[in-house]
Design a protein around this ligand. Structure first.
Ligand code: HEM
Length: 186
């Protein structure tokens, strides 16, 4: 996984549990890194071990860490958007639903062109009315709570409010996750 994610995750863990929580995270994940370069790739096993250990170090319950991962996604969104703007993969005129529409074919696929070793998830979006979309997430990493987190975080930055309901989930044994996203009334 791109170091940027783990770099930002460090800030999330430190904000919740201080430096001690981050030291605990690295020890639990058996990672000996003293720095996480945002532009380098960390091996998949190590990245996932750091995420799991960090959530534990923050006090997230093992059986239901999803709200914590979602909260991390929400905190990550403004910087992802900045990154997307810097690389010309996002458009300053977009609303939150436009990000949802363009995540696969513009943002993530554009990122793969810039960085061929990247392995972003597959996120398909079906916009069936102007205010409603079905978002389908598939990834061997099964980090599905990040999806509503990132989408809510993008909407927060645009002063928009969306409602997101998960109807299928890889963590419950489904082959993919389905999220229904709609603009909140009012
Ligand atoms: C609707 C908005 C977005 C959603 C729902 C979304 C979702 C995700 C998720 C869940 C991951 C974690 C990896 C996984 O699950 O396998 C991810 C990875 C990633 N996303 Fe997005 N994302 C969005 C917007 C963006 C934007 C604006 C950027 C800016 C360039 C971006 C760049 C990346 C990158 C660089 C990765 C890491 C790829 C890797 O480690 O190989 N995403 N995205």
């Amino acid at each position: 996984m791109l170091g940027f994610f783990i770099h930002r995750f460090r800030a999330f863990v430190v904000a919740h549990g201080g430096e001690a929580a981050w030291n605990q995270t690295l020890a639990d994940a058996k990672s000996v890194r003293d720095a996480i370069p945002p532009d380098q790739y960390l091996p998949e096993g190590e990245s996932l071990a750091i995420l799991a250990a960090g959530l534990r170090a923050c006090g997230a319950p093992e059986e239901d860490a999803a709200p914590w991962l979602e909260s991390f996604g929400r905190s990550l969104a403004p910087e992802l958007v900045d990154l997307g703007m810097t690389w010309g993969l996002c458009n300053p005129r977009w609303g939150a639903m436009d990000y949802v529409d363009h995540v696969q074919h513009v943002i993530h696929s554009g990122f793969v062109k810039l960085c061929p070793s990247a392995r972003p998830p597959t996120i398909l979006s079906l916009r069936y009315t102007p205010a409603k979309a079905l978002v389908i997430y598939r990834s061997s990493r099964k980090l599905c709570p990040l999806v509503p987190g990132i989408i809510h975080g993008i909407a927060d930055g645009l002063q928009e409010r969306l409602l997101i309901e998960e109807r299928r989930c890889m963590l419950q044994g489904d082959p993919e996750c389905w999220f229904f996203v709609r603009a909140a009334p009012g």
